[in-house]
Ligand binder design. Structure first.
Ligand code: ACM
Length: 536
């Protein structure tokens, strides 16, 4: 009897260890073989780096810093080869693709193999997720066994571009919040932060050559209350912008987490805030423009005059100096053509250039900007309206009005990033609108996000290669606080991570939900105000 009890106790203890150290990684790795046994970090564990690549060293330093913060261990590091007992080894293998990694965990220690810091960083994210969730806290937790279950992982992303967007034009978010957002992007093995920096309701980036963009365009007199068009306003001035020093700080911070920041400067639409400061770039230079106070799509757009192009090239030059990203986003969406139709200048420009209509004038506008960005060695991205009137030669299309834009772009041998409203617009409701705070509309549940396959079946194998990735967008008309932004983004961004990273054969919604229960405790530890409906 005693023996049976002892056996049962062992089982419970064993089960406890397994439950605590389940293999609940998000996004799910391509290959994870569970093994018997565990490795437990101790204050004497060594971190050894067998690589000449500085970026792999930096990742080893991140592991050491995390264990210092949460376990209170000051692990020693060294450049070394071989794997002695009680060690974590980071080893370079230049044969592996840039973002791929291998990791094996056994009773002796952990071996991480990657070709660059990127792969090593993704291995580190998986390793942290194999540890108890307290590893994600900022403060030290005592009495915790920092144990990792034995396994062998071989992993690499499905898509090269894995993005999350934030609109800071409608509502402004602090540098501290942007850094937290980037932390969460990196935790989920996403690699791009799309920073939507300019809008009708506010221009948010300092441009030295045009100081009125921050003096005037970054401020609005008040904000609509409730739904767009309610005609009720709060009477409170609202504004904010990032200095160039802050932008540099964000870009550097993101790079330390292997996240690229893609800036978006909207043109020719969504530019009412620019016109409030510089009316000469509009079609009615004598008009008194205001930074918009309501939400919507407005008729006051940039006019394709030479002076406007000079302005935009100056702005983009400063932007490209700040952002090393290969991609520069120029918006291009929702540009009403009314003013261009009514403008003698625009009509003459159409005639002079043999253009058919205002849609071809938009294409003329975008082509000029594409040429400029390409001449600087960068690549232009635009929303799918840049297909109207003919796609410019080097453009990458961000498909948001469904998937058609991405399909059309890929058929023309252009790269596309899929971000269709119905699946990955995180400003949409995620649960019954009757029980949720005010949102723009739509209904995009966690399961719907998870179900999305970004590679359209309509494309052949060669065209499919032009689908370089997927992104979710967080527009902020109805999102005025950090807490609400987190609530709308999470856990849907966790589902996005799996859409972007995990091969379809390894995706199962039930198992995702099971892993999300553990992931929820990580989000708690990180003080993320996530939607909890999926835990029921
Ligand atoms: C967009 O949602 N207007 C790109």
């Amino acid at each position: 009897m005693k023996k049976i009890l002892l056996f049962l106790l062992c089982c419970v203890a064993q089960y406890g260890i397994i439950a605590q150290n389940s293999y609940h990684i998000i996004p799910q790795p391509q290959e994870l073989i569970a093994q018997k046994g565990t490795f437990t970090f101790k204050p004497t564990t060594k971190v050894l780096v067998e690589s000449k690549d500085e970026s792999i060293n930096n990742v080893a330093a991140l592991l050491i810093a995390q264990l210092k913060a949460t376990a209170g261990f000051q692990l020693k590091s060294a450049i070394a080869s071989g794997q002695p007992n009680n060690s974590v080894v980071f080893k370079q293998d230049s044969q592996l693709p840039e973002e791929a990694y291998r990791m094996s965990v056994n009773g002796k220690g952990i071996l991480i193999t990657a070709s660059t810091g990127k792969g090593a960083f993704y291995a580190l994210q998986s390793l942290l997720q194999l540890l108890p969730s307290q590893i994600f806290k900022a403060e030290t937790s005592s009495n915790i066994a920092w144990t990792v279950p034995a396994c062998s992982i071989s992993d690499a992303p499905r898509y090269a571009y894995r993005g999350l967007h934030l609109d800071v034009g409608r509502h402004f978010f602090s540098v501290d919040f942007i850094k937290k957002y980037i932390d969460l992007i990196a935790l989920h093995k996403l690699n791009t932060f799309h920073w939507h920096l300019t809008e009708d309701q506010g221009w948010r980036i300092e441009i030295k050559k045009y100081p009125k963009l921050t003096q005037i365009s970054s401020q609005r007199s008040e904000t609509v209350i409730g739904r767009a068009g309610s005609k009720k306003f709060d009477g409170k001035p609202y504004g904010g912008f990032y200095t160039q020093a802050e932008v540099k700080e964000v870009v550097k911070y993101a790079a330390s987490k292997f996240v690229t920041v893609v800036p978006e400067i909207e043109m020719p639409g969504h530019s009412q805030a620019v016109l409030a400061a510089y009316p000469e770039f509009g079609c009615n230079p004598d008009k008194i423009y205001q930074v918009a106070t309501d939400w919507g799509v407005f008729e006051d757009v940039l006019c394709p005059r030479e002076a406007t192009f000079t302005f935009l090239e100056d702005v983009l030059t400063e932007v490209m100096d700040l952002f090393p990203s290969q991609y520069i986003h120029i918006g291009g969406d929702e540009c009403p053509k009314k003013q261009w139709k009514e403008s003698r200048f625009c009509q003459e420009l159409i005639k002079k250039n043999g253009l058919k209509d205002e849609h071809e004038l938009q294409s003329y506008f975008i082509r000029r900007i594409d040429k400029f960005i390409t001449s600087k060695g960068r690549k232009m991205i635009g929303w799918d309206e840049i297909l109207e009137g003919g796609l410019s030669p080097n453009a990458t299309v961000m498909s948001w009005r469904g998937t058609e834009g991405g399909i059309a772009a890929a058929k023309e041998n252009h790269d596309a990033i899929m971000t269709p409203g119905g699946f990955v617009y995180f400003d949409h409701y995620q649960a019954d609108p009757k029980t949720e705070p005010l949102a723009i509309g739509g209904f995009t549940t966690l399961e719907k996000v998870y179900s999305y396959d970004p590679t359209p079946k309509e494309l052949d194998a060669i065209q499919q290669k032009h689908i370089i990735g997927v992104q979710a967008n967080l527009w902020s008309e109805y999102i005025a606080t950090n807490e609400y932004a987190e609530y709308m983004a999470f856990p849907r961004a966790s589902a996005l991570a799996e859409v972007a990273w995990t091969q379809p054969a390894n995706k199962k919604y039930d198992y995702f939900l099971q892993r999300m229960k553990t992931h929820a405790s990580r989000l708690e530890a990180l003080h993320v105000n996530f939607y909890k409906g999926f835990l029921k």
